[in-house]
Design a protein around this ligand. Structure first.
Ligand SMILES: Cc1cc2nc3c(=O)[nH]c(=O)nc-3n(C[C@H](O)[C@H](O)[C@H](O)COP(=O)(O)OP(=O)(O)OC[C@H]3O[C@@H](n4cnc5c(N)ncnc54)[C@H](O)[C@@H]3O)c2cc1C
Length: 546
Protein backbone atom coordinates (compact mmCIF):
# COMPACT_ATOMS: atom_id res chain seq x y z
CA UNK A 1 0.00 0.00 0.00
CA UNK A 2 1.27 3.50 -0.80
CA UNK A 3 2.48 5.71 2.04
CA UNK A 4 0.19 8.39 3.46
CA UNK A 5 0.89 11.92 2.31
CA UNK A 6 2.62 14.26 4.76
CA UNK A 7 0.37 17.11 3.68
CA UNK A 8 -2.88 17.32 1.74
CA UNK A 9 -3.59 20.84 0.48
CA UNK A 10 -7.21 21.89 0.02
CA UNK A 11 -7.45 24.54 -2.71
CA UNK A 12 -5.45 25.22 -5.85
CA UNK A 13 -5.35 29.01 -5.86
CA UNK A 14 -2.04 30.82 -5.57
CA UNK A 15 -1.76 30.01 -1.85
CA UNK A 16 -2.34 26.27 -2.24
CA UNK A 17 -0.21 26.06 -5.38
CA UNK A 18 2.65 27.83 -3.61
CA UNK A 19 2.31 25.48 -0.63
CA UNK A 20 2.32 22.34 -2.79
CA UNK A 21 5.42 23.56 -4.64
CA UNK A 22 7.27 24.56 -1.47
CA UNK A 23 6.44 21.27 0.27
CA UNK A 24 7.32 19.08 -2.73
CA UNK A 25 10.63 20.89 -3.22
CA UNK A 26 11.46 20.16 0.43
CA UNK A 27 10.99 16.47 -0.34
CA UNK A 28 7.66 16.07 1.46
CA UNK A 29 4.91 13.79 0.16
CA UNK A 30 2.17 16.21 -0.83
CA UNK A 31 -1.15 16.14 -2.64
CA UNK A 32 -3.29 19.10 -3.68
CA UNK A 33 -6.98 19.02 -4.54
CA UNK A 34 -8.80 21.85 -6.30
CA UNK A 35 -12.55 21.61 -6.73
CA UNK A 36 -12.58 23.74 -9.88
CA UNK A 37 -9.64 24.59 -12.08
CA UNK A 38 -6.29 25.76 -10.75
CA UNK A 39 -6.62 29.49 -10.09
CA UNK A 40 -10.35 29.54 -10.83
CA UNK A 41 -11.14 31.15 -7.46
CA UNK A 42 -9.87 34.56 -6.41
CA UNK A 43 -6.48 33.92 -7.94
CA UNK A 44 -7.70 34.65 -11.48
CA UNK A 45 -9.86 37.60 -10.39
CA UNK A 46 -7.22 39.94 -8.96
CA UNK A 47 -5.99 43.26 -10.33
CA UNK A 48 -3.01 41.24 -11.58
CA UNK A 49 -0.50 43.45 -9.81
CA UNK A 50 2.60 42.25 -8.06
CA UNK A 51 2.94 45.32 -5.95
CA UNK A 52 4.01 46.81 -2.69
CA UNK A 53 0.51 48.14 -2.16
CA UNK A 54 1.01 51.87 -2.03
CA UNK A 55 -2.22 52.42 -0.16
CA UNK A 56 -1.16 50.13 2.70
CA UNK A 57 1.40 52.83 3.55
CA UNK A 58 -1.50 55.08 4.43
CA UNK A 59 -2.59 52.47 6.99
CA UNK A 60 0.96 52.33 8.39
CA UNK A 61 1.39 48.69 7.26
CA UNK A 62 5.12 49.20 6.69
CA UNK A 63 6.02 45.54 7.31
CA UNK A 64 3.53 44.38 4.69
CA UNK A 65 4.80 46.90 2.14
CA UNK A 66 8.43 45.95 2.76
CA UNK A 67 7.65 42.25 2.38
CA UNK A 68 5.65 42.94 -0.77
CA UNK A 69 8.24 45.08 -2.56
CA UNK A 70 10.90 42.49 -1.71
CA UNK A 71 8.69 39.77 -3.20
CA UNK A 72 8.09 41.93 -6.28
CA UNK A 73 11.83 41.73 -6.92
CA UNK A 74 11.94 37.96 -6.29
CA UNK A 75 8.99 37.27 -8.60
CA UNK A 76 10.46 39.42 -11.37
CA UNK A 77 13.59 37.29 -11.13
CA UNK A 78 12.04 33.81 -10.96
CA UNK A 79 9.28 34.50 -13.50
CA UNK A 80 10.36 37.38 -15.77
CA UNK A 81 7.91 36.27 -18.49
CA UNK A 82 5.01 36.51 -16.05
CA UNK A 83 5.93 39.39 -13.75
CA UNK A 84 6.85 42.50 -15.66
CA UNK A 85 7.53 46.11 -14.64
CA UNK A 86 4.69 48.49 -15.37
CA UNK A 87 4.89 52.25 -15.14
CA UNK A 88 2.14 53.89 -13.08
CA UNK A 89 1.03 57.48 -12.87
CA UNK A 90 -0.94 58.81 -9.92
CA UNK A 91 -2.58 62.15 -10.68
CA UNK A 92 -3.36 64.46 -7.78
CA UNK A 93 -6.26 66.90 -8.02
CA UNK A 94 -7.21 69.86 -5.86
CA UNK A 95 -9.14 68.65 -2.82
CA UNK A 96 -7.81 65.06 -2.99
CA UNK A 97 -7.48 63.37 0.41
CA UNK A 98 -3.74 62.93 -0.18
CA UNK A 99 -1.93 65.99 -1.58
CA UNK A 100 0.99 66.01 -4.01
CA UNK A 101 3.65 66.58 -1.33
CA UNK A 102 2.30 63.84 0.95
CA UNK A 103 2.14 61.44 -2.00
CA UNK A 104 5.71 62.36 -2.92
CA UNK A 105 6.86 61.52 0.62
CA UNK A 106 4.87 58.26 0.46
CA UNK A 107 6.67 57.31 -2.73
CA UNK A 108 10.06 58.09 -1.20
CA UNK A 109 9.16 55.63 1.53
CA UNK A 110 7.97 53.14 -1.13
CA UNK A 111 11.27 53.42 -3.04
CA UNK A 112 13.25 53.23 0.19
CA UNK A 113 11.43 50.07 1.31
CA UNK A 114 12.35 48.60 -2.09
CA UNK A 115 15.95 49.48 -1.17
CA UNK A 116 15.96 51.73 -4.29
CA UNK A 117 15.87 48.59 -6.43
CA UNK A 118 12.41 49.15 -7.90
CA UNK A 119 12.30 48.83 -11.70
CA UNK A 120 12.64 52.67 -11.66
CA UNK A 121 12.53 55.42 -9.03
CA UNK A 122 9.51 57.67 -8.77
CA UNK A 123 9.33 61.12 -10.38
CA UNK A 124 7.09 64.04 -9.47
CA UNK A 125 5.56 66.17 -12.25
CA UNK A 126 3.90 69.41 -11.24
CA UNK A 127 1.09 71.38 -12.88
CA UNK A 128 0.84 71.40 -16.67
CA UNK A 129 3.69 68.89 -17.05
CA UNK A 130 1.41 66.22 -15.60
CA UNK A 131 -1.20 66.91 -18.23
CA UNK A 132 1.36 66.81 -21.03
CA UNK A 133 2.43 63.40 -19.79
CA UNK A 134 -1.12 62.06 -19.86
CA UNK A 135 -3.42 64.31 -21.89
CA UNK A 136 -6.47 62.14 -21.20
CA UNK A 137 -6.49 63.32 -17.55
CA UNK A 138 -8.97 65.96 -16.43
CA UNK A 139 -7.11 69.29 -16.67
CA UNK A 140 -9.28 71.15 -14.22
CA UNK A 141 -7.80 71.07 -10.73
CA UNK A 142 -4.84 68.86 -11.71
CA UNK A 143 -2.03 69.73 -9.28
CA UNK A 144 0.49 67.26 -10.58
CA UNK A 145 1.21 63.59 -10.97
CA UNK A 146 3.74 61.09 -9.71
CA UNK A 147 5.25 58.36 -11.82
CA UNK A 148 6.35 55.13 -10.17
CA UNK A 149 6.76 51.43 -10.94
CA UNK A 150 5.07 48.23 -9.89
CA UNK A 151 4.67 44.94 -11.73
CA UNK A 152 1.87 43.32 -13.73
CA UNK A 153 1.27 39.60 -14.07
CA UNK A 154 -1.08 36.94 -15.35
CA UNK A 155 -2.42 35.67 -12.03
CA UNK A 156 -3.97 32.43 -13.34
CA UNK A 157 -0.76 31.49 -15.11
CA UNK A 158 1.31 32.25 -12.02
CA UNK A 159 -0.82 29.67 -10.21
CA UNK A 160 -0.44 27.20 -13.06
CA UNK A 161 3.35 27.48 -13.18
CA UNK A 162 3.53 26.84 -9.43
CA UNK A 163 1.38 23.73 -9.94
CA UNK A 164 3.55 22.56 -12.85
CA UNK A 165 6.68 22.93 -10.74
CA UNK A 166 5.04 21.22 -7.76
CA UNK A 167 4.12 18.27 -9.98
CA UNK A 168 7.62 18.15 -11.42
CA UNK A 169 8.91 17.92 -7.84
CA UNK A 170 6.58 14.98 -7.13
CA UNK A 171 3.35 16.57 -5.84
CA UNK A 172 0.09 14.84 -6.74
CA UNK A 173 -2.05 17.80 -7.89
CA UNK A 174 -5.57 17.29 -9.20
CA UNK A 175 -8.00 19.90 -10.48
CA UNK A 176 -11.79 19.42 -10.55
CA UNK A 177 -11.41 17.29 -7.44
CA UNK A 178 -13.24 18.39 -4.33
CA UNK A 179 -12.35 17.60 -0.74
CA UNK A 180 -15.65 16.47 0.76
CA UNK A 181 -14.70 15.20 4.19
CA UNK A 182 -12.06 14.23 6.67
CA UNK A 183 -11.42 11.19 8.82
CA UNK A 184 -9.86 11.35 12.29
CA UNK A 185 -8.50 8.69 14.60
CA UNK A 186 -7.73 9.42 18.25
CA UNK A 187 -8.22 13.11 17.61
CA UNK A 188 -5.83 13.27 14.66
CA UNK A 189 -6.54 13.57 10.97
CA UNK A 190 -5.72 10.36 9.05
CA UNK A 191 -7.42 10.80 5.68
CA UNK A 192 -9.51 13.07 3.49
CA UNK A 193 -12.23 12.04 1.08
CA UNK A 194 -12.23 13.55 -2.38
CA UNK A 195 -14.61 13.46 -5.33
CA UNK A 196 -13.69 13.92 -8.98
CA UNK A 197 -16.23 16.43 -10.26
CA UNK A 198 -15.67 15.61 -13.93
CA UNK A 199 -14.80 11.94 -14.21
CA UNK A 200 -18.17 10.52 -13.20
CA UNK A 201 -18.05 11.68 -9.59
CA UNK A 202 -15.86 8.86 -8.27
CA UNK A 203 -14.83 9.19 -4.62
CA UNK A 204 -11.48 8.29 -3.11
CA UNK A 205 -9.98 8.07 0.37
CA UNK A 206 -6.57 9.71 0.61
CA UNK A 207 -4.42 9.00 3.66
CA UNK A 208 -2.47 11.89 5.08
CA UNK A 209 -0.72 12.99 8.27
CA UNK A 210 -1.91 16.60 7.98
CA UNK A 211 -4.15 18.93 5.98
CA UNK A 212 -3.58 22.55 5.01
CA UNK A 213 -6.74 24.42 4.11
CA UNK A 214 -5.86 27.09 1.53
CA UNK A 215 -9.40 27.64 0.32
CA UNK A 216 -9.39 31.44 0.09
CA UNK A 217 -12.96 32.78 0.35
CA UNK A 218 -14.25 29.20 0.79
CA UNK A 219 -12.32 28.79 4.06
CA UNK A 220 -15.39 28.94 6.30
CA UNK A 221 -17.26 26.49 4.06
CA UNK A 222 -14.35 24.05 4.09
CA UNK A 223 -13.97 24.48 7.87
CA UNK A 224 -17.60 23.42 8.24
CA UNK A 225 -17.13 20.47 5.90
CA UNK A 226 -14.05 19.30 7.80
CA UNK A 227 -16.01 19.68 11.04
CA UNK A 228 -13.53 22.08 12.58
CA UNK A 229 -16.14 23.41 14.98
CA UNK A 230 -15.12 27.06 14.50
CA UNK A 231 -16.72 29.52 16.91
CA UNK A 232 -17.55 32.03 14.18
CA UNK A 233 -16.54 33.02 10.67
CA UNK A 234 -12.81 33.32 10.10
CA UNK A 235 -13.25 35.55 7.08
CA UNK A 236 -14.91 38.77 6.18
CA UNK A 237 -14.76 38.60 2.38
CA UNK A 238 -15.11 41.67 0.21
CA UNK A 239 -16.05 41.68 -3.46
CA UNK A 240 -13.86 43.29 -6.09
CA UNK A 241 -14.98 43.84 -9.67
CA UNK A 242 -13.02 44.66 -12.82
CA UNK A 243 -14.37 45.90 -16.15
CA UNK A 244 -12.60 45.33 -19.48
CA UNK A 245 -12.83 47.87 -22.30
CA UNK A 246 -11.38 48.02 -25.82
CA UNK A 247 -8.05 49.85 -25.64
CA UNK A 248 -9.45 52.66 -27.88
CA UNK A 249 -11.68 53.82 -25.03
CA UNK A 250 -8.53 55.05 -23.26
CA UNK A 251 -5.31 54.20 -25.10
CA UNK A 252 -2.98 54.44 -22.10
CA UNK A 253 0.77 53.85 -22.30
CA UNK A 254 1.01 53.28 -18.56
CA UNK A 255 -1.32 52.35 -15.74
CA UNK A 256 -3.05 55.15 -13.87
CA UNK A 257 -3.72 54.99 -10.16
CA UNK A 258 -6.98 56.85 -9.71
CA UNK A 259 -8.29 58.17 -6.42
CA UNK A 260 -11.99 57.79 -7.05
CA UNK A 261 -13.68 61.21 -7.02
CA UNK A 262 -16.84 59.38 -5.94
CA UNK A 263 -15.61 58.05 -2.58
CA UNK A 264 -11.84 58.62 -2.33
CA UNK A 265 -10.91 54.93 -2.82
CA UNK A 266 -7.85 53.90 -4.81
CA UNK A 267 -8.56 52.23 -8.14
CA UNK A 268 -6.59 51.50 -11.30
CA UNK A 269 -6.86 51.89 -15.07
CA UNK A 270 -4.48 49.25 -16.38
CA UNK A 271 -3.42 48.36 -19.90
CA UNK A 272 -3.53 44.54 -19.78
CA UNK A 273 -2.95 42.36 -22.76
CA UNK A 274 -4.66 44.16 -25.65
CA UNK A 275 -7.34 45.81 -23.50
CA UNK A 276 -7.89 48.38 -20.79
CA UNK A 277 -8.95 47.13 -17.38
CA UNK A 278 -10.72 49.28 -14.80
CA UNK A 279 -10.92 48.16 -11.19
CA UNK A 280 -11.66 47.59 -8.54
CA UNK A 281 -14.53 47.82 -6.12
CA UNK A 282 -14.37 46.77 -2.46
CA UNK A 283 -17.71 45.91 -0.88
CA UNK A 284 -18.70 43.52 1.90
CA UNK A 285 -20.02 40.20 0.64
CA UNK A 286 -21.89 37.57 2.64
CA UNK A 287 -23.30 35.35 -0.13
CA UNK A 288 -22.15 32.09 -1.68
CA UNK A 289 -18.52 32.36 -2.93
CA UNK A 290 -19.52 30.29 -5.99
CA UNK A 291 -21.99 32.97 -7.06
CA UNK A 292 -20.03 36.20 -7.52
CA UNK A 293 -20.38 38.56 -10.43
CA UNK A 294 -20.32 42.23 -11.35
CA UNK A 295 -23.68 43.90 -10.96
CA UNK A 296 -25.05 47.12 -12.41
CA UNK A 297 -24.04 49.24 -9.41
CA UNK A 298 -20.43 47.97 -9.60
CA UNK A 299 -20.25 48.90 -13.28
CA UNK A 300 -21.86 52.30 -12.70
CA UNK A 301 -19.47 53.14 -9.84
CA UNK A 302 -16.34 52.23 -11.82
CA UNK A 303 -17.51 54.03 -14.96
CA UNK A 304 -18.44 57.16 -13.02
CA UNK A 305 -15.15 57.25 -11.09
CA UNK A 306 -13.11 56.85 -14.25
CA UNK A 307 -15.19 59.28 -16.30
CA UNK A 308 -14.61 62.06 -13.79
CA UNK A 309 -10.84 61.47 -14.07
CA UNK A 310 -10.76 60.94 -17.85
CA UNK A 311 -13.61 63.19 -19.09
CA UNK A 312 -13.21 62.42 -22.81
CA UNK A 313 -12.99 58.67 -22.48
CA UNK A 314 -16.76 58.02 -22.40
CA UNK A 315 -16.67 55.07 -20.05
CA UNK A 316 -20.07 53.49 -19.88
CA UNK A 317 -21.38 50.03 -19.08
CA UNK A 318 -22.46 49.46 -22.69
CA UNK A 319 -18.84 49.71 -23.84
CA UNK A 320 -17.70 46.96 -21.46
CA UNK A 321 -16.55 43.81 -23.26
CA UNK A 322 -15.95 41.60 -20.22
CA UNK A 323 -15.91 41.63 -16.43
CA UNK A 324 -14.49 39.56 -13.64
CA UNK A 325 -15.41 39.55 -9.98
CA UNK A 326 -13.69 37.92 -7.03
CA UNK A 327 -13.68 37.83 -3.26
CA UNK A 328 -10.80 38.98 -1.11
CA UNK A 329 -10.29 36.33 1.57
CA UNK A 330 -9.78 38.88 4.33
CA UNK A 331 -9.46 37.94 7.97
CA UNK A 332 -12.51 38.82 10.03
CA UNK A 333 -11.96 41.75 12.32
CA UNK A 334 -13.95 44.68 13.51
CA UNK A 335 -13.29 47.36 10.92
CA UNK A 336 -15.34 50.35 9.96
CA UNK A 337 -15.27 50.27 6.16
CA UNK A 338 -14.38 47.26 4.03
CA UNK A 339 -11.26 48.92 2.55
CA UNK A 340 -9.73 49.20 6.03
CA UNK A 341 -9.51 45.45 6.63
CA UNK A 342 -5.89 44.23 6.82
CA UNK A 343 -4.43 42.18 3.95
CA UNK A 344 -2.02 40.28 6.17
CA UNK A 345 -2.35 36.54 6.43
CA UNK A 346 -2.81 34.24 9.41
CA UNK A 347 -1.95 30.59 9.92
CA UNK A 348 -3.97 28.55 12.41
CA UNK A 349 -2.53 25.24 13.63
CA UNK A 350 -4.99 22.85 15.24
CA UNK A 351 -4.26 19.90 17.49
CA UNK A 352 -5.82 17.45 15.02
CA UNK A 353 -3.29 18.25 12.26
CA UNK A 354 -5.48 20.60 10.25
CA UNK A 355 -3.85 23.95 9.49
CA UNK A 356 -5.67 26.88 7.93
CA UNK A 357 -4.12 29.76 6.08
CA UNK A 358 -6.21 32.80 5.30
CA UNK A 359 -5.80 36.38 4.15
CA UNK A 360 -2.74 37.59 2.28
CA UNK A 361 -2.32 38.61 -1.33
CA UNK A 362 -1.04 37.30 -4.62
CA UNK A 363 2.22 39.22 -4.28
CA UNK A 364 3.27 37.54 -1.03
CA UNK A 365 2.15 34.00 -1.84
CA UNK A 366 5.69 32.54 -1.70
CA UNK A 367 6.22 33.78 1.85
CA UNK A 368 2.78 32.57 2.92
CA UNK A 369 3.51 29.15 1.44
CA UNK A 370 6.87 28.93 3.17
CA UNK A 371 5.39 29.81 6.56
CA UNK A 372 2.51 27.36 6.17
CA UNK A 373 4.77 24.47 5.21
CA UNK A 374 7.18 25.22 8.05
CA UNK A 375 4.26 25.28 10.49
CA UNK A 376 3.09 21.91 9.17
CA UNK A 377 6.59 20.41 9.48
CA UNK A 378 6.84 21.69 13.07
CA UNK A 379 3.49 20.12 13.92
CA UNK A 380 4.39 16.82 12.22
CA UNK A 381 7.72 16.70 14.07
CA UNK A 382 6.01 17.42 17.38
CA UNK A 383 3.54 14.55 17.05
CA UNK A 384 5.87 12.04 15.41
CA UNK A 385 9.57 12.71 15.85
CA UNK A 386 10.45 9.66 13.66
CA UNK A 387 8.52 10.84 10.61
CA UNK A 388 11.42 12.65 8.97
CA UNK A 389 14.20 10.59 10.51
CA UNK A 390 15.51 9.22 7.23
CA UNK A 391 14.21 11.91 4.86
CA UNK A 392 15.04 15.26 6.38
CA UNK A 393 13.25 18.10 4.55
CA UNK A 394 15.63 20.20 2.44
CA UNK A 395 15.44 23.92 1.70
CA UNK A 396 13.19 24.57 -1.30
CA UNK A 397 15.17 27.59 -2.56
CA UNK A 398 12.05 29.19 -4.04
CA UNK A 399 13.68 32.60 -3.78
CA UNK A 400 15.99 31.78 -6.69
CA UNK A 401 14.45 28.74 -8.37
CA UNK A 402 12.92 29.80 -11.71
CA UNK A 403 9.32 28.89 -12.42
CA UNK A 404 9.01 26.44 -15.36
CA UNK A 405 8.66 29.05 -18.12
CA UNK A 406 11.75 30.88 -16.90
CA UNK A 407 13.99 27.82 -17.14
CA UNK A 408 16.25 28.46 -20.12
CA UNK A 409 15.40 32.17 -20.46
CA UNK A 410 18.84 33.57 -21.14
CA UNK A 411 19.93 35.94 -19.73
CA UNK A 412 17.53 35.41 -16.80
CA UNK A 413 15.20 38.42 -16.61
CA UNK A 414 13.26 40.68 -18.99
CA UNK A 415 16.12 40.97 -21.51
CA UNK A 416 16.09 37.19 -21.85
CA UNK A 417 12.37 37.27 -22.69
CA UNK A 418 12.98 39.85 -25.44
CA UNK A 419 15.82 37.75 -26.79
CA UNK A 420 13.65 34.64 -26.71
CA UNK A 421 11.02 36.42 -28.82
CA UNK A 422 13.69 37.40 -31.36
CA UNK A 423 14.89 33.79 -31.51
CA UNK A 424 11.33 32.53 -32.06
CA UNK A 425 11.05 34.93 -35.01
CA UNK A 426 14.40 33.86 -36.47
CA UNK A 427 14.27 30.11 -35.77
CA UNK A 428 10.57 29.40 -36.19
CA UNK A 429 9.64 32.14 -38.66
CA UNK A 430 6.96 33.51 -36.33
CA UNK A 431 5.47 36.96 -36.89
CA UNK A 432 6.91 39.50 -34.38
CA UNK A 433 3.53 39.92 -32.66
CA UNK A 434 3.09 36.15 -32.21
CA UNK A 435 6.67 35.63 -31.05
CA UNK A 436 6.46 38.43 -28.46
CA UNK A 437 3.12 37.11 -27.22
CA UNK A 438 4.28 33.49 -26.88
CA UNK A 439 7.57 34.46 -25.18
CA UNK A 440 5.70 36.79 -22.81
CA UNK A 441 3.10 34.19 -21.83
CA UNK A 442 5.00 30.89 -21.83
CA UNK A 443 8.64 31.95 -21.44
CA UNK A 444 10.95 29.25 -22.76
CA UNK A 445 8.00 26.82 -22.98
CA UNK A 446 6.93 28.92 -26.01
CA UNK A 447 9.26 26.71 -28.06
CA UNK A 448 6.89 23.79 -27.43
CA UNK A 449 3.95 25.85 -28.69
CA UNK A 450 5.98 26.83 -31.76
CA UNK A 451 6.72 23.17 -32.36
CA UNK A 452 2.99 22.39 -32.41
CA UNK A 453 2.53 25.20 -34.93
CA UNK A 454 5.28 23.74 -37.11
CA UNK A 455 3.86 20.22 -37.03
CA UNK A 456 0.25 21.22 -37.69
CA UNK A 457 0.28 24.46 -39.69
CA UNK A 458 -3.46 25.03 -39.24
CA UNK A 459 -2.73 25.45 -35.51
CA UNK A 460 -0.54 28.44 -36.39
CA UNK A 461 -3.59 30.48 -37.42
CA UNK A 462 -4.68 33.32 -35.11
CA UNK A 463 -7.84 32.63 -33.12
CA UNK A 464 -9.09 36.19 -33.58
CA UNK A 465 -7.87 38.93 -35.93
CA UNK A 466 -7.11 41.57 -33.29
CA UNK A 467 -5.46 39.28 -30.74
CA UNK A 468 -2.16 37.35 -30.86
CA UNK A 469 -3.56 34.00 -29.63
CA UNK A 470 -3.04 31.02 -31.96
CA UNK A 471 -4.93 27.72 -32.06
CA UNK A 472 -1.86 25.77 -30.98
CA UNK A 473 -2.31 27.32 -27.52
CA UNK A 474 -5.64 25.52 -27.13
CA UNK A 475 -3.96 22.20 -27.81
CA UNK A 476 -1.04 23.10 -25.54
CA UNK A 477 -3.49 24.01 -22.75
CA UNK A 478 -4.86 20.47 -22.80
CA UNK A 479 -1.68 18.53 -23.54
CA UNK A 480 0.72 20.41 -21.25
CA UNK A 481 -1.16 22.91 -19.12
CA UNK A 482 -3.61 20.56 -17.36
CA UNK A 483 -6.85 22.07 -18.75
CA UNK A 484 -9.83 19.69 -18.54
CA UNK A 485 -12.78 21.82 -19.68
CA UNK A 486 -13.60 24.44 -22.29
CA UNK A 487 -13.80 27.00 -19.49
CA UNK A 488 -10.33 26.05 -18.21
CA UNK A 489 -8.98 26.84 -21.67
CA UNK A 490 -10.94 29.96 -22.64
CA UNK A 491 -11.08 31.57 -19.18
CA UNK A 492 -7.54 31.01 -17.93
CA UNK A 493 -5.09 29.40 -20.42
CA UNK A 494 -6.09 31.43 -23.51
CA UNK A 495 -8.30 33.96 -21.75
CA UNK A 496 -10.67 35.08 -24.51
CA UNK A 497 -13.33 35.24 -21.78
CA UNK A 498 -11.51 38.34 -20.51
CA UNK A 499 -10.12 39.92 -23.66
CA UNK A 500 -12.06 38.58 -26.66
CA UNK A 501 -14.48 41.10 -28.17
CA UNK A 502 -17.10 38.35 -28.13
CA UNK A 503 -15.57 36.72 -25.01
CA UNK A 504 -14.66 33.64 -27.06
CA UNK A 505 -18.25 32.79 -28.06
CA UNK A 506 -17.25 33.16 -31.71
CA UNK A 507 -14.66 30.37 -31.41
CA UNK A 508 -16.09 28.19 -28.66
CA UNK A 509 -17.42 25.46 -30.97
CA UNK A 510 -14.14 25.00 -32.76
CA UNK A 511 -12.21 25.17 -29.48
CA UNK A 512 -14.47 22.49 -27.99
CA UNK A 513 -13.89 20.20 -31.00
CA UNK A 514 -10.13 20.62 -30.69
CA UNK A 515 -10.18 20.04 -26.92
CA UNK A 516 -12.68 17.17 -27.16
CA UNK A 517 -10.51 15.34 -29.69
CA UNK A 518 -7.62 15.38 -27.21
CA UNK A 519 -9.74 14.44 -24.20
CA UNK A 520 -11.90 11.82 -25.92
CA UNK A 521 -15.24 13.61 -25.56
CA UNK A 522 -18.34 12.36 -27.33
CA UNK A 523 -20.87 14.79 -28.83
CA UNK A 524 -22.92 14.97 -25.62
CA UNK A 525 -19.94 15.95 -23.47
CA UNK A 526 -18.80 18.49 -26.03
CA UNK A 527 -22.22 20.12 -26.21
CA UNK A 528 -22.48 20.19 -22.42
CA UNK A 529 -19.08 21.86 -22.22
CA UNK A 530 -20.04 24.52 -24.76
CA UNK A 531 -23.30 25.18 -22.93
CA UNK A 532 -21.42 25.51 -19.63
CA UNK A 533 -19.03 28.02 -21.16
CA UNK A 534 -21.96 30.05 -22.52
CA UNK A 535 -23.34 30.24 -18.97
CA UNK A 536 -19.99 31.52 -17.68
CA UNK A 537 -20.08 34.28 -20.31
CA UNK A 538 -23.69 35.10 -19.42
CA UNK A 539 -22.75 35.38 -15.71
CA UNK A 540 -19.99 37.83 -16.56
CA UNK A 541 -22.61 39.96 -18.36
CA UNK A 542 -25.13 40.03 -15.53
CA UNK A 543 -24.25 43.66 -14.80
CA UNK A 544 -26.27 44.50 -17.92
CA UNK A 545 -29.47 43.28 -16.34
CA UNK A 546 -29.16 44.53 -12.76
C1 LIG B 1 -10.63 42.16 -6.72
C2 LIG B 1 -9.33 41.67 -6.17
C3 LIG B 1 -8.15 42.27 -6.56
C4 LIG B 1 -6.95 41.81 -6.05
N1 LIG B 1 -5.80 42.35 -6.54
C5 LIG B 1 -4.63 41.90 -6.10
C6 LIG B 1 -3.44 42.38 -6.68
O1 LIG B 1 -3.45 43.15 -7.64
N2 LIG B 1 -2.26 41.95 -6.17
C7 LIG B 1 -2.21 41.08 -5.12
O2 LIG B 1 -1.11 40.77 -4.69
N3 LIG B 1 -3.34 40.55 -4.58
C8 LIG B 1 -4.53 40.93 -5.06
N4 LIG B 1 -5.70 40.41 -4.56
C9 LIG B 1 -5.62 39.37 -3.53
C10 LIG B 1 -5.32 38.00 -4.13
O3 LIG B 1 -5.95 37.84 -5.37
C11 LIG B 1 -5.79 36.90 -3.18
O4 LIG B 1 -5.28 37.14 -1.89
C12 LIG B 1 -5.33 35.53 -3.62
O5 LIG B 1 -5.61 35.30 -4.98
C13 LIG B 1 -6.00 34.47 -2.77
O6 LIG B 1 -5.54 33.22 -3.19
P1 LIG B 1 -5.99 31.91 -2.46
O7 LIG B 1 -5.27 30.78 -3.09
O8 LIG B 1 -5.83 32.08 -1.00
O9 LIG B 1 -7.55 31.80 -2.74
P2 LIG B 1 -8.28 31.31 -4.08
O10 LIG B 1 -7.57 31.73 -5.29
O11 LIG B 1 -9.71 31.69 -3.98
O12 LIG B 1 -8.14 29.73 -4.00
C14 LIG B 1 -8.91 28.93 -3.13
C15 LIG B 1 -9.33 27.70 -3.91
O13 LIG B 1 -9.91 26.74 -3.03
C16 LIG B 1 -10.79 25.97 -3.82
N5 LIG B 1 -11.67 25.19 -2.95
C17 LIG B 1 -12.66 25.65 -2.15
N6 LIG B 1 -13.26 24.63 -1.51
C18 LIG B 1 -12.62 23.49 -1.89
C19 LIG B 1 -12.78 22.10 -1.57
N7 LIG B 1 -13.74 21.68 -0.72
N8 LIG B 1 -11.97 21.20 -2.17
C20 LIG B 1 -10.99 21.61 -3.04
N9 LIG B 1 -10.83 22.92 -3.37
C21 LIG B 1 -11.62 23.84 -2.80
C22 LIG B 1 -11.52 27.02 -4.64
O14 LIG B 1 -12.11 26.47 -5.79
C23 LIG B 1 -10.39 28.01 -4.96
O15 LIG B 1 -9.84 27.80 -6.26
C24 LIG B 1 -6.93 40.79 -5.08
C25 LIG B 1 -8.12 40.19 -4.69
C26 LIG B 1 -9.32 40.61 -5.25
C27 LIG B 1 -10.59 39.93 -4.88
Amino acid sequence: MSQPYDIVVVGGGITGAGIARDAALRGLRVALFEKGDYGSGTSSKSSKLIHGGLRYLEHGEIGLVFESVSERRVQGRVAPHLVRPLKFLVPIFEGDRVGLETMNIGLWIYDTLALFRAPGLHKTHRGEKAHELEPSLRREGLRGAIEYYDCITDDARLVLENILDARAAGADCRNHTEVIGVERRRGRVVAVHVRDRLGGGGEERIETHSVIVAAGPWTDQVAARLELGAAGPLLRPTKGVHLVFPREVLPLERAITVISPVDGRVMFAIPWRQRLVLGTTDTDFDGDPDQVWADASDAAYLCESASRTFPDARFSPDRVIATWAGLRPLIHEEAEAASDVSREHQIYVRDDGVLLIAGGKLTTYRIMAKEAVRAAIRWLNDVDSDLFEDRKPVRPRTKTRPLPGAVGVDPPGPRGVVRLAAELEADEGLAPKTAAHLAGVYGARARQVAELMRHEPELAAPMQPDLPYVWAEVVFAVEQDLARTVEDVLARRVPLLLVGLDQGLDVVDRAARLIGRRLGWDDAVREREVARYRRVVADSRRFRSG
